[in-house]
Design a protein. Structure first.
Length: 145
């Protein structure tokens, strides 16, 4: 599985921890920045990562800003993206199981590294359940038209 990682300055340190964790687990990573804690605008990175997912350049995306809120809003503006801001493992599981989320957003200033890595692991290992949820996802995607 190929995963794009992106963050702003507020999510840089957590993004780096996630990158190391995923590389150790054998995932293919595309890190599109940022590469320091120098201030940047999160919408640019949320959009770039979301476009890579939407265009099927990667399988999924993980994006991080200070709270995860702003970058997730930006990513969700891209057609075909279902970005879920998760703060615990249950949310991560349900975002995949019921919502088929293709981008995960996290808050680097909101949750600790250990919890974030647990969320990432659950999110990446959970498959979409389909069934009755497929119709609901289709209704969400119709909104974009």
């Amino acid at each position: 599985m190929k995963i794009v990682l992106a963050s702003d300055h507020g999510g840089f340190e957590l993004k780096e921890a996630i990158k190391d964790h995923l590389i150790k687990k054998g995932y293919s990573i595309e890190d599109i920045g940022v590469y320091s804690t120098e201030s940047v605008d999160y919408p640019e990175y949320g959009k770039k990562a979301a476009l890579m997912v939407a265009n099927k350049e990667v399988d999924r995306g993980i994006i991080v800003c200070g709270t995860g809120i702003g970058i997730s809003i930006a990513a969700n503006k891209v057609k075909g993206i279902r970005c879920a801001l998760c703060t615990n493992e249950y949310m991560a599981k349900m975002s995949r199981l019921h919502n088929n989320a293709n981008v995960l957003a996290l808050g680097g200033r909101v949750i600790g590294t250990g919890l974030a890595l647990d969320i990432v692991d659950v999110w990446l290992s959970t498959e979409f359940e389909g069934g009755r949820h497929e119709n609901r996802i289709n209704k969400i995607m119709e909104i974009e038209k």
